[in-house]
Design a binder for this molecule. Structure first.
Ligand SMILES: Nc1ncnc2c1ncn2[C@@H]1O[C@H](COP(=O)(O)OP(=O)(O)OP(=O)(O)O)[C@@H](O)[C@H]1O
Ligand SMILES: [Mg+2]
Length: 193
């Protein structure tokens, strides 16, 4: 499934990718929890992912405190604040990382909303990630009051995504066509604390 979705992403025309990124930005900027949030954990998109750069800029400009992940050698995600487009530098895995001091792996616990990269999300919130388990480890720290949002293209919001016990589901999904809150039905896999 990862191979299939990565391929599908690689053939999205760049104009379409830009339009999808703008649409997701506009969708997320009007979600009440994001409007109210004082602190948001987000990420800098890479490659063919739905773009997050203009979303990050808009959130920061309107005064949210935006945290971005910093990959630690032990596979945990640390967090540091985004202070505008000039506060990023190249990190491992071809990712852009924040230049600000890191705040520790538990900084994610003090956020109101976590935006989560994904290749696919299903209607139960099961999430197919990028394959490293980084977000599953980070989301295992997050309590029920925090809104976790998978960010995908429309075609990646699926009926069914395979999941294992360590997979932590997301509570909502944002696509170019809208924002959907997801039920945590009996089929839900993973630790919702
Ligand atoms: N909480 C955890 N503790 C230890 N190992 C974990 C944990 N979560 C995931 N892993 C390990 O990480 C590896 C990758 O997990 P998985 O295939 O779910 O990645 P993913 O969800 O696609 O990645 P990501 O979360 O970074 O987007 C697996 O071998 C899994 O066992
Ligand atoms: Mg996973």
């Amino acid at each position: 499934m990862r191979t299939h979705i990565r391929h599908a992403r690689s053939v999205i025309p760049s104009l379409e990718q830009d339009q999808a990124s703008s649409a997701i930005r506009d969708v997320l900027l009007t979600v009440p929890e994001l409007e109210m949030a004082s602190s948001i954990a987000a990420y800098v998109s890479v490659g063919n992912e739905p773009g997050t750069r203009s979303l990050l800029f808009a959130l920061w400009k309107r005064g949210s405190y935006v945290l971005l992940p910093v990959v630690r050698p032990d596979g945990e995600l640390d967090w540091a604040s985004y202070e505008g487009p000039d506060s990023l530098r190249e990190g491992p895995y071809g990712l852009l990382e924040p230049t600000e001091p890191v705040r520790g792996v538990d900084a994610i616990k003090a956020t109101d909303v976590v935006l989560v990269p994904a290749l696919a999300v299903d209607r139960h919130g099961r999430r197919l990630g990028r394959g490293g388990g980084f977000y599953d480890r980070a989301l295992a720290r997050v309590g029920p009051a925090i809104l976790t949002v998978g960010v995908v293209y429309d075609a990646e919001f699926l009926e069914e995504v395979p999941a294992e016990p360590h997979d932590v589901p997301v509570r909502a999904v944002a696509t170019p066509s809208g924002f959907h809150r997801l039920g945590t039905g009996p089929g839900n896999v993973g630790a919702v604390p």
